[in-house]
Design a protein around this ligand. Structure first.
Ligand code: 13P
Length: 249
């Protein structure tokens, strides 16, 4: 049975004290044993948040990592550094990283290898911009993103991933994919995984939905057979809202 996962992506929000307070609130409020809860905090917060979190259902994630293992790369944070804090996950390929920081498939492949080498779990993001959705070519677009990156991994490595489908037009816009749109593309992604790695592998991979997922719409989105949870931006910044999403199953 694949895991249900609700991961918060705090993005560039909260100072250290606010971040610790939020992590503590989530730690104390979460009471589930069938959902994996992940807090994607800014780098600066990770060590303290990892110490703050004692709830076995809650883990900590970075939102990015360096494409090089170590060395003269001023300002970068390596996968090994992240692993040494106690964090267990790294969000990779978020559309904001692709768009604003020029992350290409080639760069993402280097990051994926380092994250896996350091025994961290990648939460790998894919998703199309509005013009692609309007042209109706979102399935091809997203599958190409996967073919250029995670589909090049050996099956044993691929099996360790969590995927997140995030339509860019729904991120932070208050616009959500309809339940039919979410199910259709999640199923397309799962079918592509099955064609590449086999149905058994496809059945075990969690595919999260991201894009204005909130306490109101999570239940309907998560009811889809191929939606295994959410990657949550804005609504992960309030413990009560985040917990309402976690308990939406
Ligand atoms: P919002 O939930 O704020 O739309 O952000 C989604 C997202 O980008 C999570 O990674």
């Amino acid at each position: 049975m694949r895991k249900k996962v609700v991961a918060g992506n705090w993005k560039c929000n909260t100072n250290l004290q606010e971040g610790i307070a939020l992590a503590k609130e989530v730690n104390d409020i979460v009471s589930v044993d069938d959902v994996v809860v992940v807090l994607g905090t800014p780098f600066v917060h990770i060590t303290e948040v990892a110490k703050t979190v004692t709830n076995p259902a809650v883990s900590v994630s970075a939102q990015n990592c360096a494409a090089e293992p170590k060395g003269a790369f001023t300002g970068e944070v390596s996968a090994e550094m992240i692993a040494s804090t106690g964090a267990k996950y790294v969000i990779l390929g978020h559309s904001e990283r692709r768009e604003y920081y020029g992350e290409t498939s080639e760069i993402l492949n280097k990051k994926l290898a380092l994250v896996l080498e350091n025994k961290l779990t990648p939460i790998y993001c894919c998703g199309e911009p509005l013009e692609i959705r309007e042209a109706g070519t979102q399935n091809e677009y997203v599958i190409k993103q996967l073919q250029e990156t995670i589909f090049t991994l050996p099956v044993e490595e691929f099996k360790k991933l969590i995927l997140a489908y995030e339509p860019i037009w729904a991120i932070g816009t208050g616009k959500t994919a309809t339940t039919e749109q979410a199910q259709e593309i999640h199923k397309t992604i799962r079918d592509a995984i099955a064609a590449k790695f086999g149905q058994d592998v496809a059945d075990e991979i969690s595919i999260l939905y991201g894009g204005s997922c909130n306490a109101k719409n999570a239940k309907e989105l998560f009811a889809n057979p191929d939606v295994d949870g959410g990657l949550i931006g804005g609504a992960s910044l309030k413990a009560e809202d985040f917990n309402a999403i976690i308990t939406s199953y």
